[in-house]
Write a protein that binds this ligand. Structure first.
Ligand SMILES: [Zn+2]
Ligand SMILES: [Zn+2]
Length: 328
């Protein structure tokens, strides 16, 4: 259970209402701006740029915001930490600590009262409505968590890094200004490469659409990463989390969500051969480790994985036995 004390201590000193408005403005821009597609039309080369940038932002979500800033599943050189902070902020999923604060609440109470965004509290609540709640649901006797207070939270692990504090403090403002920045870059490209780009096409395909789709990915994993409709379980993780290969398209390496909830501190989410083939974040980390950019990559040992699988299978077999018995 999340203790409210975990979110006390140093504060960023931001105005919570202003940050909330900036966050809502970001959502409105992300949803409305792709309408410009009607004026730009479609070109395959633009579409490929969209896919590449979207995949890069998915990495910004799954490895930077999630595996590194939320779970601290590996150590990083300071310059690479800042790079991950920039890409994570560019994923338009909240400021660094706001994302990780809400995510900690999610793990501590997954699919129970107190979870920020579980489908057990309603499909639309898990998808989007939780972001508009003043207070999160709380178990009886526990003070409900005021969502806006996460905007001022400082993760103590990054107190010594002023560049990360700065990125978090101005995260939502940076995200909104980046839309204007993208259009200006598009204007420069249109001037130098008029056969390839228009300012509006760059704005839509390289900025607006990737930003929208990476947000839709996060919102949908809140629902379908924890819903019995899709995917499979490999472990008894005491929640409804599911693994789902299809989720790789929209969620990246976090698609093995049941594995992740079973071993939340692990940087590795793919735990079988085929899962590992799709765990691009982990494979990329192993390459970066060779160059000394990251180290201390946490992953579960084989014995724990095997034990977890055996316990899950025993539970599943019990269920079959009970079902057969009730038919007799
Ligand atoms: Zn989850
Ligand atoms: Zn997590």
């Amino acid at each position: 259970m999340v203790s409210i004390k975990r979110f006390e201590g140093d504060t960023l000193g931001v105005n919570e209402d202003f940050t909330y408005k900036m966050s809502r403005l970001g959502i409105v821009i992300s949803v409305v701006s792709p309408i410009a597609l009607f004026w730009t039309g479609f070109r395959w080369d633009w579409f490929i740029y969209f896919l590449l940038v979207h995949r890069f932002l998915l990495w910004g979500h799954s490895m930077c915001l999630h595996t590194y800033f939320s779970h601290g599943a590996f150590k990083s050189k300071r310059w690479f930490q800042f790079f991950m902070g920039v890409v994570g902020t560019g994923a338009h999923l909240g400021s660094l600590f706001a994302y990780s604060g809400v995510h900690k609440i999610h793990h501590s109470n997954a699919d129970k009262d107190g979870d920020a965004h579980s489908p057990v509290h309603g499909f639309m609540h898990a998808f989007i409505l939780w972001r508009y709640k003043e207070y999160l649901t709380a178990p009886k006797g526990v003070k409900a968590f005021r969502l806006k207070s996460v905007y001022n939270w400082v993760d103590p692990r990054y107190k010594e890094f002023p560049e990360i504090i700065w990125l978090t403090k101005y995260g939502f403002v940076i995200q909104n200004l980046s839309f204007i920045g993208a259009y200006l870059v598009g204007m420069v490209l249109e001037y130098f490469f008029p056969a390839h780009w228009t300012a509006l096409a760059f704005f839509v395909y390289v900025k607006c659409l990737p930003a929208l789709f990476v947000q839709l990915g996060l919102l949908s994993i809140n629902v379908f990463g924890h819903h019995k409709w899709l995917g499979y379980k490999s472990f008894n993780s005491d929640d409804l989390s599911r693994n789902n290969f299809l989720g790789f398209i929209m969620w990246g390496s976090t698609c093995f969500h049941n594995n992740h909830h079973m071993f939340p501190k692990s940087a590795r989410t793919g735990l079988t051969f085929w899962e590992t083939c799709f765990d691009f974040d982990y494979l990329g980390l192993k390459v970066l480790e060779k160059f000394g950019v990251v180290w201390g990559i946490i992953e579960p040992d084989k014995a724990k994985i095997e034990r977890g699988r055996e316990e899950f299978e025993q539970e599943e077999n019990k269920k079959v036995y009970i079902d057969l018995d009730s038919c007799a």
